[in-house]
Design a protein around this ligand. Structure first.
Ligand SMILES: [Fe+2]
Length: 173
């Protein structure tokens, strides 16, 4: 289930606030300019090809692209036995920004985003059906876990320009 926890730095051992109701989570994130929507993922086969998944969500993705100026979409998939899972985890765990929105629709499994807001850190556990839009230039990091297991559609303004700019900020998970 989608969940949000807020940590007050410097003590990141226990959250000061936890939310599990989707509408509460969505409203909380909206204050930070982050969009969380629930999309209908019924009928998704996680073992589908990328082409088939993109075709399945063609209409809502095209509507989102048109509305927000996004240009393209692809599929990222990580499995618990991925040979580079540990290196990828370390990479994503570094705090970074992008010069464009980070847009993810989880169609299988889960992953956790962390977004520092002033002296607090928002930890968002995303699950299948969650569409997340983190605005451009917002510092964040991501943890797929020691044994990642998710499939997500990524939507880009400019996939060639989609790189992480490391901020050097302290992270935890
Ligand atoms: Fe990112």
């Amino acid at each position: 289930m989608t969940a949000l926890h807020v940590f007050q730095r410097p003590d990141t051992s226990e959250p000061i606030t936890s939310l599990t109701a989707f509408d509460d989570i969505s409203a909380f994130l909206a204050q930070a300019g982050i969009v969380l929507e629930r999309w209908d993922i019924s009928g998704v086969d996680k073992d589908s090809t990328s082409e088939r998944l993109l075709a399945q969500f063609h209409d809502p993705i095209e509507a989102l692209k048109k509305r927000e100026g996004y240009q393209s979409a692809d599929v990222i998939s990580l499995t618990p036995d991925h040979k580079d899972r540990l290196a990828l985890r370390e990479k994503f765990l570094q705090e970074h920004t992008h010069s464009e929105d980070e847009v993810r629709l989880f169609v299988h499994g889960s992953g956790t985003f962390f977004v520092p807001v002033a002296d607090q850190v928002v930890k968002l556990e995303c699950h299948a059906g969650d569409l997340l839009r983190v605005p451009a230039n917002t510092a964040h990091w991501f943890d797929g876990g020691e044994y990642p297991d998710f499939v997500a559609i990524r939507i880009f303004t400019n996939p060639q320009g989609w790189v992480g700019h490391l901020t050097g900020g302290d992270t935890f998970y």
